[in-house]
Write a protein that binds this ligand. Sequence first.
Ligand code: AMP
Ligand code: GLY
Length: 426
Amino acid sequence: MNILLLGSGGREHALAWKLAQSPRVEKLYAAPGNPGIAQSAQLVSLDATDHDAVGAFCVENAVDLVVIGPEAPLVDGLGDALRAAGFAVFGPDKAPAQLEGSKGFTKDLCARANIPTAGYVRTSSLEQARAELSKFGLPVVIKADGLAAGKGVIIAETTEQADAALGDMFGGSFGAAGAEVVLEEFMTGEEASFFALTDGKDILPFGSAQDHKCVGDGDTGPNTGGMGAYSPAKVLTPELEAEVIERIIRPTVETLRAEGMPYSGVLYAGLMLTPQGPKLIEYNARFGDPECQVLMMRLEDDLAELLLAVAQGRLAQHGPAPMTDTAALTVVMAAKGYPGAPEKGGAIGGVYADHDAQVQIFHAGTALKDGALIANGGRVLNVTALGKSIGEAQARAYAAVDAINFPTGFCRRDIGWREVERERGA
Ligand code: AMP
Ligand code: GLY
């Protein structure tokens, strides 16, 4: 089969690497891709916002499956356009992609389907938002409704901070994404991510991971897209995972289907493991980045066949997706300045040197300049390793990090710390 993969980050490099291992794949195209993806796919220049151009490419190149990596094209309706043109697509249509595109949509769905989540109020009026604030304790969570690249969430410790955050959001600091806001009760507990593939009817559990959102060691500093991840997240025990599927994932899939907007693709549930049980923080309509990198390292299945089965509504014929019992851990090497303005153009050496066979280096924001690899974004490389334990995967990943020469880069040195501490205590 011929596949077109859309996106250019570390998530897409991991997907391309795994797709290229499938004996069923004849031709793998990627747009726009990056120098790492180019090792597994033929890069093509396509504008994902031009739905007709993507469709025309698929016709000309006999594409059998389009895999949409990032959220923006999903929320923009690229899936609908390609499906209408007769193509198999991995990734939801615009209406169900509102699970990621609108936090208010997800909260309302949780309310209709009785899904455990933080109490909330949704409003598009500053006056109403201010009036509702008094109903919440402190801290209170304030979220811009729309896509804000992970930056639209403010945890206000005082009423003054909450008031200022509301003023900022309604004042346009997040653009159209902040025209509506969600106020939420603050939940406490450990966070974990859970992934499930669904074709709108059937559900296939696809593993757990834990992300590290803060830029600095010890979970300090501003939020990022994710500085590292590991899988599995054992804190999500088999019992808790079963509860997440029955109380969160299944009612989501069934409610969307019953309401005429079946969800096809991967559901990425951000969870808070509270003393009252797992609660949904948010949904994403795509694989996590960098969580996808650790899932792909552990997957022992034909990814192309699996994603095609989802796209064609054949998940019922598929057994559980085999994942190794091995642990995987990824360290994000970012350019100095990230998550603010990252330094661009810094030289990167040692990526193509011989690394441990259990290490993969996925490219995120890289580019080639005169044949040499340089930094070209905030998150630049994802140094990913397998191990018998998270601790072993961590040691292997950092050994590879230390063999990379990236003077304008930095990384956290403590990815996986919660689980490594638990392993030490065990
Ligand atoms: P989100 O973009 O909705 O995942 O939020 C980003 C981060 O904010 C989450 O990973 C949590 O750490 C935190 N967060 C969001 N909502 C809540 C909440 N209701 N209670 C506590 N923390 C939250
Ligand atoms: N790593 C967080 C995300 O992909 O949204």
